[in-house]
Design a protein around this ligand. Structure first.
Ligand code: ZN
Length: 508
């Protein structure tokens, strides 16, 4: 028998080890951030070496027998298990430990090596728009990833593909996700079809040319107003925008500027800021390294970025505040446009071929197509050789347009080439969670739209801090949604949001 005092000592030691691993991990992330922003070109070999050494150290610590023993001792301790927050912390540490230890090192190595070659081949295949070049490599990656999923094991009552989803969205089940995606797909396709018959907004306000430094000043001003803490974060420029929350007091955002479309950077920056506000709101100062100070999964993380980008940033109320600010920063470049002009133009929605360029409404259909194909591949219902055909037929069915080439079809995303299966779903889940939370927030803060109109975002951020950010990973995303909104995740809030906004704009 173990005394409770001894067990809480186990818990303390376990948390200390987790904090050390997380600190090493954060140093690795800082190296990656530097690599994307300021590192001189010639440093790349050395940086690769630095990153590999650090990643090895983190893995060694995370998978050590000592962590396993401490974890087992904590799991056996009834007093710890009686405390809901501590029990959740231990449950998630177990999940991390299993994910890190269940794969044989040879498989990890093979996935990395084949993935790197496969990514190379994918680039070539995409350039030549020829799926047949990539096909044998995709077959290899699917086979290796299937082995990975088998090592993790299908959850009880679930399917093999769930083991892959679980890496990004803890405990997610494809069957549950499909229950939400199914109705979303049908009604969204209908909505897109209707919009095509309506009169779309003029995109003229989007085409005003604006220099990058003016755009940068605007971005800084807007995210400062949203509540991003610049004493604990930065905004820099990269080719691929991202957000990295390293540790207490350090959250970095990046963005990119296209002079011919200023809204790309503005919405991109607001998106990353949403991730950053979440990172800044996690209780890292005391619990860094513990699951309680981590995000609840990629779906909830994405819900935070989409909320600020789309539910705030593409609302009419936001533009009443933002248009004068934009004109101040851009020297009156948009003076001839009204709030309505800009509001309507940033809500243009029409089917297009490329996911990353898709609008708020059609984006979800791009994601659901990939989710269905991945799931069918891992359930053995779809052969890799049939992917292009399935893709093109699905695309026509969902979005009503013909795919002219593999490059603009099933070869467009890098994800599958290095084995990222199970990830896409989190993008659409983010939109769904954001919509459901947004309805609840508007219910809880009746003056919210009025506040946004005045550029006041403090009460919204405080709500998110209290209900989402401070919980960390205590609850699974699905449970968090149920607790906060009082119902399970559904498709209706997102559909209400999109239909309520887009039908009037398109007059359909
Ligand atoms: Zn994001």
């Amino acid at each position: 028998m173990m005394t409770s005092a001894a067990a809480s000592e186990h818990y303390r030691q376990l948390c200390e080890l987790k904090r050390e691993s997380a600190t090493l991990g954060a140093v690795g992330s800082l190296l990656s951030w530097d690599q994307e922003t300021y590192m001189p070109n010639a440093a790349s070999d050395n940086r690769a070496e630095q990153s590999a050494v650090l990643a090895g150290l983190v893995h060694e610590r995370e998978t050590s027998k000592r962590v396993g023993d401490l974890l087992a001792a904590c799991e056996a301790d009834k007093s710890l298990q009686a405390d809901a927050r501590l029990a959740a912390n231990i449950r998630e540490m177990r999940r991390d430990y299993d994910l890190a230890t269940k794969l044989p090192p040879e498989l990890v190595k093979e996935l990395a090596e084949v993935g790197s070659k496969s990514q190379h081949v994918w680039k070539d295949a995409r350039a030549k728009s020829d799926f047949s070049i990539f096909k044998p490599w995709l077959e290899k990656m699917v086979a290796l990833t299937r082995r990975k999923a088998e090592c993790y094991g299908a959850p009880k009552g679930g399917e093999l593909y769930d083991a892959l989803l679980n890496e990004y969205e803890p405990d997610a089940r494809a069957g549950e996700i499909e229950k939400v995606f199914g109705p979303l797909r049908g009604r969204l396709s209908g909505l897109i079809g209707d919009l095509a018959k309506g009169k779309g907004p003029s995109e003229a306000p989007l085409g005003v040319k604006v220099e990058a430094d003016r755009q940068h000043r605007l971005g800084l001003r807007v995210i400062k107003a949203l509540g991003f803490d610049f004493d604990a974060g930065r905004l820099d420029v990269t080719t691929h925008p991202f957000c990295s929350g390293f540790g207490p007091g350090d959250t970095r955002l990046t963005t990119r500027y296209r002079e011919e479309r200023w809204t790309d950077a503005l919405f991109g920056t607001m998106h990353e800021c949403g991730h950053g506000l979440y990172e800044q709101g996690l209780p890292k100062s005391t619990l860094f390294g513990q699951p309680l100070a981590r995000d609840a999964g990629l779906g909830i993380h994405e819900s935070q970025s989409r909320m600020w980008e789309n539910f705030v940033g593409r609302s009419r109320a936001f533009w009443e505040w933002a248009l004068p600010v934009v004109n101040e920063e851009f020297g009156g470049a948009l003076a001839k446009f009204s709030v309505d002009d800009v509001y309507r133009s940033v809500n243009t929605a029409k089917p297009s071929l490329i996911r990353v360029e898709a609008d708020e409404a059609t984006y979800n259909l791009h994601v659901m197509l990939r989710f269905g194909i991945e799931r069918a591949m891992f359930n053995g219902q779809l052969k890799v050789s049939d992917v292009p055909g399935e893709w093109n037929a699905g695309f026509k069915d969902y979005l009503g347009i013909d795919v002219p080439s593999d490059a603009k079809g099933c070869l467009q995303d890098v994800h599958w080439s290095f084995g990222l299966f199970g990830y896409f779903a989190t993008y659409a889940l983010g939109n769904l969670y954001a919509a459901q939370l947004w309805e609840k927030i508007n219910h809880d803060i009746p003056a919210l739209q009025e506040q946004i109109r005045r550029g006041q975002f403090g009460e919204l951020l405080a709500w998110l801090r209290k209900n989402i950010h401070s919980a960390g990973r205590q609850f699974k995303a699905a449970d968090l949604c149920q607790r906060v909104t009082g119902r399970p995740l559904g498709a209706d809030p997102l559909l209400r949001h999109l239909e309520g906004k887009l039908r009037p704009i398109y007059g359909v």
